[in-house]
Write a protein that binds this ligand. Structure first.
Ligand SMILES: C[S@@+](CC[C@H](N)C(=O)[O-])C[C@H]1O[C@@H](n2cnc3c(N)ncnc32)[C@H](O)[C@@H]1O
Length: 445
């Protein structure tokens, strides 16, 4: 985890080092290339000298072999290979073998996929000889039957085979996964000294924002119930778009009675839209009052909406969602409490600035993509540990930024929350973001 003033792996990313990096790599590149071509040449020469084999020279056009003949110009075989075949009696167009009975045409690569029936061809899924990319080809996945797509997903990520276990959805498993990876910091919260944050007569208070149908909360309630031998000593506050509501009757693994949805202004009758400032204020007030002014031990946020066809700008389309979920967290997480929130890409100055402000408001912050998250998507989670107690100014600042975003005409935008120069100057933080972006993409299978 990234802690202020804490050492971690570095990636050079400020302007000067970028220059240094690119100049050093461009200085290395010709060297590497030339070494490669020198190697090939010298190996080739030595092959010709001692007559030994090894390197296939692709498209050996009009090369003279040692017997003085001109090698066939229409073949991809090396001069050496052709000579050897000739010595073994091969005549072009005839099969090998004593009676020329061998196959004339090369053996075709098998086109059977997995357990699909022999010869079954799915239009659009076969390797294409047309290398011109046509954006419409993305729809080939629409033709796959569900089971085939599921198998492909499981092959690319074995954790997919876990399915949803006894929870209502896979999301519950993602939360279980993260809770475990971070040493149960959410469901068994402790302070910096390692003491439990939950008093003996206390409940574990948590909030689940942008959260329907509620798999995350189902996991938390199940965990608390299991840990305490059957009695669920937790209380959850849910906030989500009412039009896509919680499915409390689908809480299979844990009792839904310990979970209370709230939809902002007008409480139960509100619309649950986290973008609306009045919804935020109402929910914050409700949670603070119910927890006797202390706030929740942790908040989870998993907001997302369909960006079909615009996946490449999902980060930009989701910026207000990133922002509003962070605002709510600063409003309701108690001192020393935690926050986990789904993000997608973190490339823009806006998102990086937001992550930076979280880094200032919590003692530890990191970006994490759990194994249970599909490798092909850009989702990752920001994990924030131990909230500081003096974050009201950041809360008010972000709240105002949201109001500005709402008030702007469609041609205007808020593009940064913290100036880029300031982010660059925070070298340890900035390097962490670069490394994280590199690692989440490079190491995802
Ligand atoms: C991926 S789902 C959350 C899944 C959830 N964590 C679970 O475990 O079941 C994303 C949720 O974000 C909600 N959402 C999207 N935009 C929202 C908004 N503006 N305000 C409130 N909720 C929103 C969606 O309605 C949806 O319920």
């Amino acid at each position: 985890m990234l802690k202020r003033g804490h050492k971690h792996t570095l990636c050079e990313s400020d302007t000067s080092s970028e220059d240094e990096d690119s100049s050093s790599s461009s200085a290395r590149r010709p060297n590497k290339q030339s070494r490669l071509s020198i190697d090939l040449k010298s190996k080739d020469l030595s092959d010709n000298e001692d007559g030994g084999g090894g390197w296939d020279v692709i498209n050996a056009k009009e090369q003279t072999d040692e017997t003085g003949g001109v090698a066939n110009t229409n073949t991809n075989y090396s001069v050496f290979a052709q000579r050897m075949m000739k010595n073994m009696g091969y005549e072009e167009g005839k099969g090998l073998g004593k009676y020329g009975q061998g196959l004339v045409d090369p053996v075709e690569a098998s086109r059977q996929r997995g357990r699909r029936g022999l010869g079954l061809r799915l239009e659009g899924l076969e390797a294409s000889t047309n290398l011109n990319w046509d954006g419409k080809q993305e729809s080939i996945f629409d033709q796959l039957d569900g089971r085939e797509l599921q198998r492909a997903r499981s092959r690319s990520n074995p954790f997919e085979t876990l399915g949803k276990l006894f929870f209502q959805n896979r999301a519950a498993l993602k939360m279980a996964n993260m809770d475990c990876v971070f040493d149960f910091m959410f469901t068994r919260p402790k302070n910096e000294a390692g003491e439990t944050l939950i008093g003996p007569e206390d409940l574990l208070y948590f909030a689940d924002v942008c959260a329907a149908p509620g798999g995350f909360s189902e996991y938390v309630l199940w965990r608390r119930k299991t840990d305490s031998g059957g009695f669920c000593d937790a209380k959850g506050f849910g906030f989500t778009l009412r039009e896509n509501d919680f499915k409390l009757h689908d809480f299979f693994a844990a009792p839904a009675e310990f979970f209370e949805p709230h939809y902002g202004i007008n409480g139960q009758e509100g619309d649950g839209d986290v973008f609306k400032p009045s919804n935020i204020t109402n929910f914050v007030k409700f949670v603070r009052t119910t927890t006797k002014g202390k706030g929740v031990h942790f908040m989870m946020a998993d907001g997302g909406f369909s960006v079909e066809g615009q996946e490449n700008i999902q980060e930009i389309l989701s910026k207000q969602l990133y922002l509003c979920q962070c605002i709510v967290a600063l409003g309701i997480v108690r001192t020393d409490g935690h926050f986990v929130c789904k993000l997608f890409d973190v490339f823009t100055t806006f998102s990086v600035g937001l992550v930076y402000l979280m880094y200032r408001c919590f003692k530890y912050v990191c970006l994490h993509k759990p194994n249970t998250s599909r490798p092909a998507n850009s989702e990752r989670y920001i994990i924030c540990k131990w909230k500081r107690d003096d974050v009201d100014n950041v809360y008010r600042y972000l709240f105002e930024m949201n109001e500005r975003l709402i008030g702007l005409s469609s041609s205007m935008d808020v593009t940064e929350l913290v100036p880029l120069e300031h982010l660059r100057a925070e070298k340890e933080f900035f390097d962490y973001i670069c490394t994280s972006n590199d690692e989440i993409y490079v190491t995802s299978p």
